[in-house]
Design a protein around this ligand. Structure first.
Ligand SMILES: Cc1cc2nc3c(=O)[nH]c(=O)nc-3n(C[C@H](O)[C@H](O)[C@H](O)COP(=O)(O)OP(=O)(O)OC[C@H]3O[C@@H](n4cnc5c(N)ncnc54)[C@H](O)[C@@H]3O)c2cc1C
Length: 465
């Protein structure tokens, strides 16, 4: 059996892809339900996403493990693709929401950017490559200029990582963008070539997806389709021990508060970095130190419902992002009921706002009502919503999203190098190789593939006995 510690989407994906190959699995999850950060609940006829609201799927791409998972689970009929209006993304500029130009011609025609920013973009293909690890901010300033950083990249980085582009590593946090410079010498040249390759292969563009009952459908369905008792909730793993016979002994406390132990051929650590550090510290000190040094950003997500007539903005887009230069204590807001149907009670709208992040962690020290007040006041300035909201639901995370800061790839390498001394332990969670739900599924499929390659013989032998 392979034991997977952590029943978030990373751990569940590993489990599902392994089980599909006939390898028996057990997922141990400390909370009372599987899904980790992915959690959907229904409150007063509003569909509230406590964590992710959607994820980017690239149908047809070889990397589309999420598509393979959805198909394997038979979830196509429950899939929702975001409203085409989601192509429009607003950014706060000079105190007002403005649509970000969505195509190169629109970029040059729109008054959103200054002539200086437009000229800098034209010069991008002629900028030299860098050979050193850079922060996202340095990389973007060097290639595209400060205005592009302030009004496009910085707000998008806070939208994905709730992070600070001055701290995040371009190689680790936006590896695909970094690869455009590395492989093509220019972001524009690289994007054009990639676009041609995709068009030539007939691949559609990526699409934002969710499910009829929200993102929670994905982990819930995986857990339901794994064999009974393959997912054990309420089980907190407290220790791990490699044993000389080439097995792992896993100790933990079950839902009844009793200590239990299990034996596994291999273990997958699919838990946040701090939890993984605690488990490997007794035998892999270097890995534990590297894991502990991965910072996380705190965040609060606030769902607010309004009667339609109480919001003046048409909410005709994905939502809006707030650049730090605008000095508004809000990271951004999703127009949730525009994106997908059935998010709000009849005649109501649902907005989901984010506040905090690594650029403004102090604001999360505010009590719930004060935090809600901040969000309401700023939403009113942006979308003309009346105060108070008709419905409010607040979710706080003290450690929401891992920050791939400068030196992150070296940390991940240190973890791998140390754990290589202990055969049969794998790590797979959002602190490495991407934070999105789709990244976690793709990485789960990859690690499952590695385990199959490493242990196919063992399990085949067992099955034949
Ligand atoms: C507010 C928010 C909004 C987001 N929005 C988006 C979005 O719109 N789109 C997108 O693609 N991504 C989004 N993300 C990112 C994405 O949701 C996460 O990166 C992803 O879900 C993480 O999955 P995971 O399995 O790696 O980790 P987790 O979900 O953290 O799962 C780890 C699991 O391990 C369990 N665990 C920990 N310690 C132990 C232990 N000792 N024993 C047993 N179990 C243990 C935990 O209880 C948890 O369930 C968002 C994240 C947050 C916080």
């Amino acid at each position: 059996m392979i034991v997977i510690i952590g029943g978030g989407i990373s751990g569940l994906s590993v489990a599902w892809f392994l089980q599909n190959q006939g390898i028996p699995v057990r997922v141990l999850e400390t909370r009372s339900q599987p899904g980790g950060t992915i959690l959907t609940s229904f409150q007063q006829n509003f569909l509230v996403e406590h964590g992710p609201n959607s994820t980017l799927q690239k149908p047809g791409s070889p990397e589309d493990a999420l598509g393979r998972l959805i198909q394997g689970l038979g979830l196509e009929s429950r899939l929702q693709v975001a409203n085409p209006l989601a192509e429009r993304r607003y950014v706060l500029r000079d105190g007002a929401l403005k649509p970000l130009p969505a195509s190169p011609p629109a970029f040059f025609l729109s008054p959103f950017f200054s002539w200086k920013a437009k000229a800098q973009l034209l010069l991008e293909p002629f900028r030299r490559r860098s050979t050193e690890e850079e922060s996202i901010a340095d990389f973007v300033r060097r290639r595209l200029g400060a205005e592009f950083l302030d009004y496009v990249v910085e707000p998008f980085v806070s939208g994905v990582y709730a992070g600070d582009p001055e701290q995040l590593s371009v190689q680790a946090a936006v590896a695909k963008i970094y690869a455009l410079e590395r492989d093509h010498g220019s972001l524009i040249r690289g994007a054009i070539r990639q676009g041609r390759v995709m068009k030539g292969a007939g691949l559609p563009k990526g699409r934002m997806i969710s499910f009829d009952e929200g993102m929670g459908v994905l982990p819930t369905t995986i857990a339901q389709q794994l064999p009974p008792s393959a997912v054990q909730t309420g089980f907190k793993v407290t220790a791990l021990e490699p044993n000389p016979q080439g097995h792992w002994r896993i100790f933990g406390t079950n839902a009844k508060g009793r200590t239990e132990s299990l034996l596994a051929k291999a273990v997958v650590l699919a838990v946040p970095a701090a939890a993984a550090a605690g488990l490997v510290a007794p035998f892999a000190d270097r890995a534990a130190r590297a894991l502990r040094s991965i910072p996380y950003a705190p965040i609060a997500s606030i769902a607010m419902g309004y009667q339609r007539s109480r919001v003046s903005h048409p909410l005709d887009g994905f939502g809006f992002l707030v650049p730090r230069r605008e000095k508004m204590p809000l990271l951004g807001c999703l127009f949730s009921s525009t994106l997908f149907p059935n998010r709000a009670a009849a005649d109501h709208l649902l907005l989901t706002s984010f506040i905090g992040g690594s650029t403004n962690p102090a604001i999360l020290e505010l009590a719930d009502q004060a935090l809600v007040n901040q969000v309401e006041i700023n939403l009113t300035r942006c979308v003309g919503s009346m105060i108070p909201a008709d419905f409010i639901y607040l979710t706080r995370y003290s450690a929401a999203i891992p920050q791939y800061v400068l030196g992150h790839l070296a940390k991940v390498q240190a973890v791998d190098a140390d754990l290589e001394n202990f055969p049969g332990i794998y790590t797979r969670a959002n602190w490495r190789d991407g934070v999105s739900v789709a990244d976690c599924v793709r990485n789960g499929e990859r690690v499952a593939g590695r385990i199959v390659a490493d242990y196919a013989g063992f399990f085949h032998l067992k099955a034949g006995q």
